[in-house]
Ligand binder design. Structure first.
Ligand code: HPA
Ligand code: ZN
Length: 334
């Protein structure tokens, strides 16, 4: 089964590029950019990755991003992630970036986008991995900062497919972002939001009703509200679930308690993703294996996660066809 999972074609829809910064690259960039970091070795960094909730992770994650300064740094970060995608048979990926984490440090929006985009373009040409870029607003910051960020994004509309919402869910309701999401949608951006990760099912309802999102990031707490669960199924609203993230951040005590397989069997358009793989102990294949180890799954069920992700992706129906074909061929031949 591990062999089947390793080579299974995959699609990733929930990946924070800053969360793919491995300790080795963090050290290399800190040295290159002469940035002091509060660790003496890779081992010390990994030892610090012991989280008890979302906020304890976010504090370390924002600190790690301080080593990213130049366009080349964003290129190197993204390229390293794409090589992991290649190894894990990821055909298509839709990645998040957090512009405010960088603009707040005086790094130009353009520098960030250009570095990431150059790597994604090369990934398409040299690794045959297609991709889309999603810009997240930080929900602990205010509406004005989100509007400034959206205005900066307008010059890069050709490179950014959607807006998203991440950072601390508790204490930062979506109401603050209703107007900025409306403006983004009016400009043609698609939209997603983190909801129902640590916060209650009502946050998922709010993201759907107030922000009008196309899909929900995490969303695992939907099972606490049967009417909402029925709505997600009926309206085919995708959830981008991140199993290793959820156990690392104590949303679930262990993988056996995770509801992802229950969601799949209920007919929710649920997908498997890696979130912040450098911090949570694994990329796409690792996440699939962690789920399959805790919950016996058939090969068809494992492939269904990819089929769901293809349907949930922001590529055209025409672009989806070869990905679906490759997945179904793989299932038939293995
Ligand atoms: N939740 C909220 N914000 C985040 C996450 C997450 O899982 N990862 C990076 N920023
Ligand atoms: Zn996330």
């Amino acid at each position: 089964m591990k062999k089947f999972i390793q080579s299974l074609p995959k699609v990733e829809l929930h990946l924070h590029i800053e969360g793919s910064l491995e300790p080795e690259l963090m050290f290399e960039l800190a040295k290159r950019n002469k940035i002091a970091i509060p660790f003496n070795s890779h081992e010390e960094v990994r030892a610090a990755y012991n989280f008890h909730n979302l906020q304890s992770f976010l504090d370390i994650y924002y600190q790690g991003a301080n080593v990213l300064i130049h366009e080349q740094d964003f290129f190197d970060l993204t390229w390293a992630y794409l090589l992991r995608c290649k190894a894990d048979h990821v055909m298509h990926t839709e990645i998040f970036f957090d512009p405010q984490t960088h603009t707040a440090r005086g790094i130009a929006f353009d520098t960030v986008v250009k570095g990431i985009d150059r790597a994604l373009t090369r990934g398409h040409e040299e690794l045959a991995i297609s991709s889309k870029l999603i810009m997240c607003f930080l929900r602990h910051l205010d509406e004005e900062s989100a509007f400034i960020t959206l205005n900066q994004a307008l010059a890069h509309k050709d490179k950014i497919i959607a807006v998203g919402l991440d950072s601390s869910e508790i204490g930062n309701p979506v109401q603050k972002f209703e107007r900025v999401f409306k403006k983004a949608i009016d400009h043609g951006f698609k939209s997603v939001a983190h909801a129902g990760e640590e916060g209650p099912a009502s946050n998922i309802r709010d993201a759907l009703e107030l922000l009008k999102v196309d899909r929900v990031d995490h969303g695992v707490r939907c099972t606490e509200d049967p009417a909402l669960l029925a709505q997600l199924i009926a309206q085919k609203i995708p959830l981008t679930v991140c199993p290793l993230s959820n156990t690392k951040l104590k949303v679930y005590k262990n993988m056996t308690e995770h509801n992802i397989v229950e969601l799949l069997r209920h007919g929710v358009c649920v997908t498997i993703n890696s979130d912040d793989p450098a911090y949570f102990g694994g990329y796409m294949t690792d996440n699939f294996i962690a789920v399959a180890d805790a919950h016996p799954l058939s090969k068809a069920e494992l492939a269904q996660f990819t089929v769901n992700a293809i349907h949930a992706s922001f590529i055209s129906e025409q672009e989806k066809q070869p990905l679906l074909q490759r997945t179904l061929d793989y299932l038939e031949q293995n």
